[in-house]
Design a binder for this molecule. Structure first.
Ligand SMILES: *[C@@H]1O[C@H](CO)[C@@H](O)[C@H](O)[C@H]1NC(C)=O
Ligand SMILES: *[C@@H]1O[C@H](CO)[C@@H](O)[C@H](O)[C@H]1NC(C)=O
Ligand SMILES: *[C@@H]1O[C@H](CO)[C@@H](O)[C@H](O)[C@H]1NC(C)=O
Ligand SMILES: *[C@@H]1O[C@H](CO)[C@@H](O)[C@H](O)[C@H]1NC(C)=O
Length: 580
């Protein structure tokens, strides 16, 4: 590797000093760390000896096929296991409920056995999206196969609800610790948590990453991965380093770092990375170790081992950088500029629910931004297939689209998607045109998405009921009947204000699985808003715990949002029918 330092001009030096004043030294440190890490994982440059050493120590493990469907060999990555174990150990270090399995030993199969009772997984999900799982619903003591099953149901259904793709993975897989499935699910859960704040509406300072000639909308359309890459490049540029294209290319500590160290007399001990002669280390692994030592000082030594850095494991390097971002974003919201802050809205609950629902079905690409990411209708087509509406893929323009006229191609798709909705799915799409989908008209797009989700939910019931047609009243009748049989009060419709207390939902759960609801934990009358929410959180988690894949949020019950209320009762009905 070429380690000579390109000279720094006086002008660059001046900028650098200014940058120091503005954003502080840590940033440069971070920039250099990112730089060290992301620069250069060209495997051709990794000496053969290293590769041999790495392969021996941290190679890919093959395990005999355990998935019944495929019967094939599944491999899992040992380094991912190590990374996740360390992350979980740290994240749940102080949680008294996890003492029975933590800390796990990264060098054993602790992870796979430790996940088996569902507690750790529930906790990790709740860390990634706070308040997803009601503490009261986790079975913690004197676990039996049945209560373990409940925990795993709770974990899997909650994972779905936060947008993990959990098709083809069941409680059995977790109980038996099927490695590739456990790691796959954990990665999704961890990533959702790491990415939660890499979003303009959650961190307005990200606007500092706006480029010349770019609109706010353009920036808002970027995926978390793209924003992270930009962020890394932003700091690399500030530090005068070359840019990176991805999180898996070749490693080479920026020769610049050396130059800085020599030319910046006011570096102090904290900034040792720049003075550290090890940075000039020519050995890739040693240099990576040196970089990670520095990351350690920032409390950011997570996810990667030196070998992962050198080999360019994109998943783990991405996680490492995301964690750096979360701890030290070091971006300032620009003060001047004519930015229309009001256009930066977070997504609504409804939008998030739709997005989580479709992501949990495994649509490709993953939907990060509801409107922008479905403007070519590719995701809509996949959802049509999930509700058994046949798609003529020959009529679909598939990405990548040509630079010129790409929107025309997308619009054609959207027109076809609306046509399918009207003619095949028999949706009510009055006044909706492809254009509305393509341009992301909120009301009209939501109207289509709701009908897709509703049909999906009803299809599940129809499949259980041997194809008999199900409408809202069918569900209300079933709910009424079940509640009456259990000696509980009924509901008039999905708009019944009694739902605001969550009592009908809790009663129904208790009717489906007698004795499951701990009424002693609940307030049932004269509820304040806070008490209603408290009940609703319990109700949603309990529904998931008894096996209903509920996407709705507690607030939907408290506010009696009829659409989401309908999905809650429909999922419970599906659960009730499965028992019968
Ligand atoms: C889930 O997160 C919320 C908010 O951080 C917390 O109050 C609650 O105790 C957590 N539940 C579990 C099961 O960890
Ligand atoms: C990452 O970027 C480098 C160029 O810096 C390129 O050669 C390489 O193919 C890219 N890798 C991936 C996985 O995109
Ligand atoms: C979306 O469509 C509706 C109905 O056509 C229209 O009233 C509304 O103005 C549109 N919204 C936007 C932002 O274009
Ligand atoms: C459910 O019960 C309520 C109250 O008893 C009644 O008004 C309503 O008509 C019933 N709905 C259905 C669909 O059975």
């Amino acid at each position: 590797a070429n380690m000579t330092a390109p000279p720094i001009s006086a002008e660059e030096m001046e900028e650098l000093r200014e940058a120091f004043g503005k954003i502080g030294r840590r940033i440069i440190l971070v920039a250099v760390i990112s730089s060290c890490m992301v620069h250069g994982l060209k495997s051709s440059e990794v000496a053969k000896t290293f590769r041999k050493a790495i392969n021996k120590k941290e190679g890919i493990c093959n395990v005999a096929g355990t998935s019944e469907q495929s019967g094939t060999q599944h491999s899992y990555s040992e380094e991912e296991k190590v990374a996740f174990v360390n992350w979980i150990n740290k994240a749940l270090e102080k949680d008294p409920d996890c003492k029975h399995v933590l800390p796990m030993d990264p060098n054993t199969n602790d992870l796979f056995t430790g996940m088996g009772d569902g507690i750790v997984l529930c906790k990790m999900i709740n860390l990634s999206v706070p308040d997803t799982i009601d503490e009261r619903t986790i079975n913690k003591k004197k676990l039996t196969p049945f209560t373990i099953q409940e925990n795993l149901n709770l974990a899997l259904n909650s994972a779905s609800a936060i947008g993990c793709h959990v098709v083809n993975i069941g409680a059995e897989d977790l109980k038996e610790g099927r490695q590739h499935l456990v790691l796959g699910l954990l990665w999704q859960v961890i990533k959702i948590g790491l990415f939660a704040d890499i979003e303009l509406s959650r961190n307005e300072a990200l606007i500092a990453l706006l480029r010349d000639g770019e609109s706010l909308e353009d920036l808002m359309k970027l995926s978390p991965e793209e924003l992270l890459l930009r962020w890394a490049n932003y700091h690399l540029e500030e530090a005068g380093c070359a840019k990176i294209n991805n999180f898996s290319s070749d490693i080479k500590v920026r020769a610049h770092a050396e130059a800085y160290a020599d030319q910046c007399p006011d570096f102090n001990e904290d900034d040792m990375v720049l003075r550290n002669k090890d940075v000039r280390e020519k050995d890739d692994l040693k240099r990576a170790e040196c970089m990670l030592d520095e990351a350690d000082k920032l409390g950011c030594r997570q996810f990667v081992m030196p070998a992962d850095v050198v080999r360019g494991n994109p998943k783990l390097n991405l996680a490492f950088v995301a964690n750096l971002f979360n701890k030290y974003p070091a971006l300032k919201k620009p003060e001047n500029q004519d930015i229309d802050w009001s256009s930066i809205e977070g997504e609504t609950r409804e939008e998030r629910t739709f997005r989580n629902w479709m992501n949990s079905l495994g649509v490709n690409p993953r939907v990060n931004h509801l409107y922008a990411d479905i403007d070519d209708a590719m995701v809509i087509f996949q959802l049509y297939e999930k509700i058994k509406v046949p798609v003529d893929w020959d009529r679909v323009n598939k990405p990548p689209y040509p630079k010129l006229g790409s929107n025309m191609k997308k619009l054609e798709n959207c027109n076809y998607a609306v046509e399918l909705g009207k003619k095949e799915a028999k949706f009510s799409l009055v006044g909706i045109a492809g254009q509305d989908l393509n341009a992301g008209n909120r009301t009209l797009t939501l109207a289509l998405l709701w009908q897709l989700m509703r049909r999906y939910t009803l299809n599940i019931l129809e499949d259980l009921g041997d194809g008999q047609k199900v409408v809202d009243d069918t569900i209300v009748s079933w709910v009424n009947g079940t509640l009456t049989n259990a000696g509980k009060g009924t509901i008039s419709s999905f708009k019944d204000m009694s739902i605001s207390s969550s009592m009908p939902v809790l009663d129904l759960i208790d009717a489906i699985q007698p004795g499951s609801i701990r009424y002693d934990l609940l307030k049932t009358e004269d509820l304040t808003e806070e008490e209603k929410l408290n009940n609703a959180k319990y109700a949603i988690s309990m529904a998931r715990k008894i096996g209903a894949r509920v996407y709705a949020l507690p607030e939907d019950l408290v506010e009696v949002k009829p659409k989401m209320v309908m999905t809650v009762f429909a999922c419970l009905m599906a659960r009730g029918m499965r028992k019968a």
